[in-house]
Design a protein around this ligand. Structure first.
Ligand SMILES: N[C@@H](CCC(=O)N[C@@H](CS)C(=O)NCC(=O)O)C(=O)O
Length: 214
C-alpha cells in the first residue's frame, strides 16, 4: 500500500507525483486540505510534525520532504537510472536538489506564494532570486539536454516544478529559451502527470507560453 499525501497546487507534491508516474508505481493520492488547515490536524502531524505536504507512506516507510522522497523512490525502485550510486554522478545530481531546496524555494516558490495566497513577503527579492536562478539554468542548459548525465534524473524533477511555475510569480520565462525547451522536454516524458500551470506539452504547438513580468 503506497499513499502520497499532497495538494493539487503544490509544486513540492508534484516532484513526487512525477517520479511515481515515471517509475510506474501504483499509489493512492490523498489531498490534504491546506486552505482549511488540515496539515495541522493531529492525524496529519503524526505523519509530518512540520505540517507540510508531500508525505509518502510506502508500507512501513513514512517520509516527509519532496527531495528526501525523490531520493528514496529513485534508489529503492529506479535502479541506477534516476539517482546513480556512482559518487561523482550522485554528487552532481544532489547539487541540484540543494538548489531546489534553497534558491528555488526562496525565488520562484515564494514569489508564487505571494500571488497565489497573498503571503506578505519581499516580492522584489524573490523575483530577483528567480531571475538569478533562471540565468544560471539558461547558461547550463544551453549546451545540455538535461541537468546532468544527458538523461532525466531526480535533478530535473526537483527543479522542474517551481521553474515551470515561475510565471505564476510574475517572472517571465521569455528570455530563457533553453529553460523553456527543457521544461517542454520534461512535460513530454512518457506518463508525465499534469498539474495546474504545468499541463503537458501539446505536440505540434509552440514551446510553453512564457508569462509576463510584473
Ligand atoms: N521542504 C519541503 C517543503 C514542503 C512545503 O513547503 N509544502 C507546502 C506546500 S508546497 C505546505 O505543505 N505548506 C503548508 C503549510 O506550510 O502550512 C519539501 O520539499 O517537501
Amino acid at each position: 500500500m503506497r499513499t502520497l499525501y499532497a495538494h493539487p497546487l503544490s509544486g513540492n507534491s508534484h516532484k513526487v507525483r512525477l517520479l511515481l508516474a515515471f517509475l510506474e508505481l501504483p499509489y493512492e493520492e490523498v489531498t490534504v486540505d491546506l486552505s482549511h488547515g488540515e496539515q495541522h490536524s493531529q492525524r496529519f502531524m503524526q505523519l509530518n510534525p512540520l505540517g507540510q505536504v508531500p508525505v509518502l507512506v510506502d508500507g512501513k516507510v513514512v517520509l516527509r520532504d519532496s527531495l528526501a522522497i525523490l531520493v528514496y523512490l529513485a534508489r529503492k525502485y529506479g535502479g541506477e537510472a534516476w539517482l546513480p550510486g556512482h559518487p561523482a554522478q550522485a554528487g552532481a545530481i544532489v547539487q541540484w536538489l540543494s538548489l531546489a531546496a534553497n534558491e528555488l524555494h526562496h525565488g520562484p516558490h515564494l514569489a508564487r506564494l505571494h500571488f497565489l495566497l497573498g503571503v506578505d513577503l519581499n516580492l522584489a527579492a524573490a523575483q530577483e532570486q528567480t531571475r538569478q536562478v533562471l540565468r544560471l539554468l539558461e547558461s547550463h542548459l544551453a549546451t545540455r539536454t538535461w541537468l546532468e548525465l544527458e538523461r532525466p534524473t531526480v535533478a530535473d524533477l526537483a527543479c522542474f516544478p517551481y521553474v515551470g511555475l515561475a510565471p505564476e510569480g510574475k517572472v517571465s520565462l521569455e528570455p530563457y529559451p533553453a529553460v523553456r525547451a527543457w521544461i517542454d522536454r520534461v512535460k513530454s516524458l512518457p506518463n508525465y502527470p499534469s498539474m495546474p500551470g504545468l499541463e503537458p506539452s501539446m505536440p505540434g504547438l509552440e514551446p510553453s507560453m512564457p508569462g509576463l513580468d510584473a
